[in-house]
Design a binder for this molecule. Sequence first.
Ligand SMILES: Nc1ccn([C@@H]2O[C@H](COP(=O)(O)O)[C@@H](O)[C@H]2O)c(=O)n1
Ligand SMILES: C[C@@]1(CO)OP(=O)(O)OP(=O)(O)OC[C@H]1O
Length: 158
Amino acid sequence: MIRVGQGFDVHQLVEGRPCIIGGVTIPYEKGLLGHSDADVLLHAISDAILGALGLGDIGKHFPDTDAAFKDADSLLLLKRVWELAKERGYKLGNADSTIIAQRPKMLPYIPQMAEIIADALEADVSQINVKATTTEQLGFAGRGEGIAAQSVVLLVKA
Ligand SMILES: Nc1ccn([C@@H]2O[C@H](COP(=O)(O)O)[C@@H](O)[C@H]2O)c(=O)n1
Ligand SMILES: C[C@@]1(CO)OP(=O)(O)OP(=O)(O)OC[C@H]1O
């Protein structure tokens, strides 16, 4: 059995917050605002896995009204989502994601992101692909007001 899921997330860029994307803290003058650490890429991947499982989204599992998730490490949330997949007998086929950001430059950090994501999903790094694109200065991402991420995940049950 195979199941596919997709995820999409957006967080606002503000001063005074760390810029954590794909589990990597990227040196930048602004960071992402959220109830948790606002790791937009890990949220998109979490939502893609939950979508493939037919289990809703991360807001349902980890409500932003719950103080337990204030400043939560999104890597821990992703690992909890992955437990739900494992409990149902799934392994990762592959995960492909795109970060949509005018700045900062993601390319230097992508290998580290892929290692972190592969570790969380108990997969080989070859099963994880992370890309980045600007929006050619168009829209909220292009104006540097926020960063988006989208992800597609394939789950496989033997
Ligand atoms: N925040 C970003 C955006 C893009 N990249 C890399 O640059 C390439 C060109 O981007 P375009 O939007 O002009 O197509 C893109 O393919 C990425 O490799 C990046 O590192 N960080
Ligand atoms: C992750 C959660 C939970 O702390 O909060 P945020 O960091 O605000 O992220 P969002 O992508 O809006 O969705 C899910 C939330 O419930």
